[in-house]
Ligand binder design. Structure first.
Ligand code: TYM
Length: 334
């Protein structure tokens, strides 16, 4: 059976980008057709300056949101990364497989390192080695497919390279995984700055970010105030009209239209496009917000899901990580 693994990082409140790029498919498709694992990757949240209480809170919220979007623990495995030691154990072997040069070439590292350098704490070593941990997340489970947004494509390419290199050196231990991207909205852009990805951790400016738990009025305001482009005709052109193209992408994704360019023709003005997009997003998020409120009222249930998920995940990861330890020449514990 096809194995699927993916994760969300609890560095901020989850966004419409997380949902359209990744989480929606986990619930609607992946968990039904594959043996799937979905993980709150909390160790990754420690790679930048963080507030411990906030990370803990956001981890719980992310887990609750996973269930709220329809990820069903009866169909798949939902867990928290730090509850399963195998991730960190295998990450070390990935660091022994990867080179410093290829880590430094990661676009997300370069961007985040530049931002962190301006901060007080300097750049954490774990920010550089982040993709080794991410590769471990994926490879520990013999994953075939990793449903992610476009921004993770480079990390997935590196994961493939590490798997192939490890297998070549030490024998075939790992499945070489591939990224699966959504048909539309592979990269949802910030509504205020449509040349920049809509990202949860850009805390300074939130007017262009739709959060999954935003109130309907907030969602409407953010979408209606989205930056559009010069001209007034609604055309789909990502290069020249990034703001309008982004709205068309979001509207297409919300309404299940395969081709956002097709939608452009039915709009005579930016205003009408914004209005429909705002309503489509509000309706898309309504059940998520409602379900989240129910689940948040029952933290004991979420805890029990995560406990059981961690147990299952451990059992799935353990044999392969043990095999990798043996393959590289480490002595069995006896
Ligand atoms: P993270 O937490 O930044 O994002 C979670 C998922 O949401 C997707 N995504 C987007 N898709 C479209 N448009 C956007 N604006 C947008 N923003 C985020 C991401 O592509 C991702 O699929 N490194 C990962 C977490 C991770 C992981 C893993 C993922 C760690 N280990 C193993 C898959 C497998 C990250 O930072 O995702």
């Amino acid at each position: 059976r096809t194995r699927v693994f993916s994760g969300v990082k609890p560095t901020g409140h989850l966004t419409l980008g997380n949902y359209l790029g990744a989480m929606r498919r986990w619930a609607a498709e992946d968990q039904h057709r594959a043996e799937a694992l979905f993980c709150v990757v909390d160790l990754h949240a420690l790679t930048v300056e963080h507030d411990p209480a906030r990370v803990r809170r956001l981890s719980r919220q992310a887990a609750t949101l996973l269930l709220a979007v329809g990820v069903d623990p009866a169909l798949c495995t939902v867990f928290v990364q730090s509850h399963v030691d195998e991730h960190a154990r295998l990450a070390y072997l990935m660091e022994c497989t990867a080179g410093v040069g290829e880590m430094r070439r990661m676009v997300q590292y370069k961007e985040k390192a530049a931002r962190e350098e301006e901060g007080r704490g300097g750049v954490r070593l774990s920010l550089l080695t982040y993709p080794a941990l991410m590769a471990a997340d994926i490879l520990a489970y013999g994953t075939h497919e990793v449903p992610v947004g476009e921004d993770q494509a480079q990390h997935l390419e590196l994961t493939r390279n590490l798997a192939e290199r490890f297998n070549r050196r030490y024998g075939r231990v790992f499945v070489v995984p591939r990224a699966t991207l959504p048909r539309v909205a592979t990269r949802v852009m910030d509504l205020q700055e449509p040349t920049v990805k809509m990202g949860k951790s850009e805390q300074a400016r939130t007017a262009g970010i739709v959060y999954l738990l935003d109130e309907p009025e907030t969602v409407r305001r953010k979408v209606l105030r989205a930056v559009t482009d010069g001209g007034s005709e609604v055309v789909y052109d990502r290069g020249e009209r990034p703001g309008v193209a982004n709205l068309l992408d979001v509207l297409a994704a919300c309404t299940g239209v395969a081709d956002p360019a097709e939608l452009a023709g039915s709009y005579g003005s930016y205003g009408a496009l914004k209005k429909d997009t705002a309503e489509a997003v509000v309706e898309l998020l309504r059940p998520v917000r409602e379900r989240h409120a129910e689940l948040a009222a029952d933290p004991g249930y979420v805890d029990s899901v995560l406990r059981e998920g961690a147990g299952r995940a451990r059992g799935m990861a353990r044999p392969r990580v043990d095999a990798a330890y043996e393959a590289v020449g480490l002595m069995a514990a006896g």
